[in-house]
Design a binder for this molecule. Structure first.
Ligand code: DOR
Ligand code: ZN
Length: 390
């Protein structure tokens, strides 16, 4: 297959041809015969290292098919799915069962996490997730470990969104990361919610991610239970500082922490509402809009959403270069839309970003195959399991 278009290559938009064989980019040349045109501005596909697609056990909130479909519509061609399922993915057997179950219905490529416990198994190809507040004495293994850095003594609750920030304060996150510094190994720190945590990560040379909600939402918004999330939303000034840290290059990546719950669950009294916000489909479109507004450069956007996430787990995606997967997302930059929940593909049917502006991809290609064309899904269930060797 050969495609021509305006591709983002090495920090520039270049009108060129890209040859694809067996899903991988083989050659890039100014002109080749038999090229199919991809319209608009073509970027590499995004990778989201932190999603909760709720399968097995909570498929009424999301399942692997709807979760990966939502990802595709948001320009995300690879996800890494978290292990806090029902039952949790703590053994090799459960890992294999989950992989077996989900792989025939994945609409984008994916990796899977195993949850660290006191007897964590070593499973080739798995990623690992450490919930420090639930398993403070977990057994660490060699491999990629993403850490939820909250401590057991800080896992509080509250009656309001702003009270929740005090019940699970940011200083606890900083303390949790400080503990990791003594362990003499690398970690990836999930959903950092404070600039001080960024400083800690730098000391340990840890990689870190930030969620869209810790950048775009804050604790004084009228979100009630819909804004409840762990770690909590912080003050508006904290979100602004974190945005600066991101734009200046001190935060490695964006990860959505897409954690859907039903509207009924979120409408309960704040204390009862489960924590989590859905957002795999909306963050790249919001970032594209902010890029168009001059709030962030295209190069930085591509770095934090496309290039760095797969690099962190050793997967060859996120660059339009020979040897990389041919994942393309095409945008018409003038196509700014207001986000509406009914236009999204989540099972839970809500978003805290209603009314935000976004630029959604018109076309999406996964390993050279078209999966979205003019905003419609045209290829489904071709997602593959990815490990650091594939
Ligand atoms: O807010 C959150 N929701 N934080 C987590 O750590 C888990 C997640 C979920 O699974 O709902
Ligand atoms: Zn999470």
């Amino acid at each position: 297959m050969r495609y021509e278009g305006r591709f983002f290559i090495n920090g520039e938009i270049i009108d060129t041809c890209v040859e694809v064989e067996d899903g991988k980019i083989t050659r890039i040349k100014k002109s080749m015969s038999g090229c199919t045109r991809i319209p608009g501005t073509v970027l590499p596909g995004g990778t989201d290292l932190h999603v909760h697609f709720r399968e097995p056990g909570q498929e009424h909130k999301e399942d692997f098919y709807t979760g990966t479909m939502s990802a595709a519509f948001g320009g995300i061609t690879m996800v890494a799915d978290m292990p806090n399922n029902r039952p949790p993915i703590t053994t090799e057997e459960r890992f294999r069962e989950k992989l077996n179950e989900v792989q025939s219905r994945a609409n984008v490529d994916f990796s899977l996490y195993i949850m660290l416990t006191r007897s964590t198994p070593t499973v080739p190809g798995a990623l690992y997730k450490w919930y420090m507040y639930e398993a403070p004495d977990a057994k660490l293994v060699d491999g990629h470990i993403t850490v939820h850095a909250e401590l057991p003594e800080c896992a509080g609750n509250a009656d309001t969104l702003s009270g929740y920030d005090s019940a699970r304060p940011a200083r606890c996150e900083v303390r949790a990361v400080r503990k990791l510094l003594n362990m003499n190994r690398k970690f990836h720190i999930a959903h950092i919610s404070s600039p001080d945590t960024v400083d800690m990560c730098k000391i340990g040379r840890f990689t870190c991610e930030i969620t869209p909600h810790h950048l775009f939402l804050h604790k004084n918004m009228e979100l009630k239970g819909f804004g409840k999330v762990n770690p909590p939303l912080r003050a508006r000034w904290v979100a602004s500082r974190l945005w600066e840290e991101l734009v200046e290059g001190r935060i490695d990546i964006i990860a959505s922490d897409h954690a859907p719950h039903t509207i009924d669950e979120k409408e309960q009294e704040f204390r009862e509402a489960p924590p989590g916000i859905p957002e795999v489909e909306t963050y790249l479109p919001i970032f594209m809009y902010l890029m168009r507004q001059g709030k962030i450069s295209l190069t930085r956007l591509v770095k934090i959403i496309m290039e760095r996430p797969p690099e962190i787990i050793g997967v060859k995606k996120g660059k339009i270069a020979p040897g990389y997967d041919a994942d393309f997302v095409a945008f018409k930059l003038s196509d700014v839309k207001r986000i509406k929940p009914e236009k999204l593909h989540y099972k839970c049917q809500w978003t805290p970003y209603e009314g935000f502006f976004g630029i959604f991809p018109t076309h999406v290609y996964l390993r050279g195959e078209k999966i979205i064309e003019n905003g419609e899904m045209v290829g489904e269930k071709i997602g593959e399991f990815k490990t650091s060797r594939s």
